[in-house]
Design a protein around this ligand. Structure first.
Ligand code: SD4
Length: 299
């Protein structure tokens, strides 16, 4: 049995590619990286990799993480500039015993020394959006932070190994050096091949307060199905944020267990993509209705 689940519709092409790799017997490590790279390389997606929206200074700073659920190896970069595929660098770091999570200049010099491909990641389109937002913030008193999507995936291969990976440009108009949940183990990403994996997307500042990827995996370990685990964590955490802070940022989780069963939890409208050996590739739309996650297949 193989399977892969990913956040947002932008994951579709990459997931299709990963599915054929998994079907042909490639590993979850290889398949997930191909899927994430597909999103990083597409300039029409303005929240991941090339074409990602910049920070308030107009610079694209990227976060990415990779986790191997078989040995719990983890690697991540944050706030990295001018490298084409941050996910490749995160995967490389996951092979090390020490220094597995590098930020900013340190991440860049590691990437340069290791020979990773450099690229100026700000597209003309992203620059125009940034310029317009600067103007709107000044003239219309608009919030600078609206609009942000991370690609996160969890993958299971035929050999029962699981991986998880994330890649994002983070919050549009973020402060220089700001890091979200996506590269943080337990918050934006977690996987254990003996249980399952989860990944989150949404407002990193809030997601970090609940370590919701780890919590979802923990509930699966306790015997909950992925759908129950994702739903319970989402409802509980949303309530907690509302009770304690009076406000809850948008967040969503997707997860998969070691049998290839999957789940979704969200407090907003949230499309996601799943492909398994049994059900093929499908796009779903999840929603938060009466404090519960509901979802349906998109045609
Ligand atoms: C962050 N969680 O940096 C990311 C952004 C995101 O949907 O996923 N948005 O906070």
């Amino acid at each position: 049995m193989w399977g892969i689940i990913g956040t947002w519709e932008m994951a579709l092409e990459g997931i299709k590619k990963a599915s054929s790799l998994l079907e042909n017997g490639d590993s979850a490590g290889i398949a997930i990286i191909e899927a994430i790279k597909n999103v990083e390389d597409n300039p029409s997606y303005t929240s991941v990799g090339y074409g990602g929206l910049p920070n308030e200074n107009g610079e694209v700073e990227l976060d990415a993480a990779f986790m191997d659920g078989s040995n719990l190896s983890f690697g991540a970069v944050a706030g990295i500039k001018n490298f084409k595929n941050p996910i490749n660098i995160a995967k490389e770091l996951s092979k090390s015993r020490f220094n597995i999570f590098l930020v900013g200049k340190g991440a860049e010099s590691f990437a340069e020394k290791s020979g990773f491909e450099k690229k100026h990641m700000l597209t003309l389109k992203a620059k125009k959006v940034w310029e317009k937002r600067l103007k709107d913030i000044k003239e219309k008193n608009l919030s600078p932070y609206a609009g942000h999507d991370t690609v996160g995936m969890v993958c299971l291969d035929k050999y029962k190994n699981m991986t998880a990976a994330t890649s994002t440009s983070g919050l549009f108009m973020k402060k220089e050096g700001r890091v979200g949940d996506s590269p943080m183990p337990g918050s934006g990403i977690y996987v254990d091949s003996k249980i399952g994996g989860a990944t989150a997307t949404g407002l990193g500042e809030d997601i970090m307060k609940g370590c919701i990827s780890y919590e979802t995996v923990r509930l699966m370990e306790e015997g909950y199905t992925p759908q129950e685990a994702a739903r319970i964590i989402t409802e509980k955490f949303n309530r907690k944020l509302m009770d304690r802070r009076g406000v809850a940022g948008a967040f969503s989780i997707v997860c998969m267990n070691k049998q290839g069963q999957w789940g979704v939890g969200t407090n907003v409208e949230f499309p996601f993509v799943v492909s398994t050996e049994i059900e093929g590739t499908k796009v779903y739309m999840a929603n938060f209705k009466n404090n519960k996650t509901v979802y349906k297949e998109l045609i």
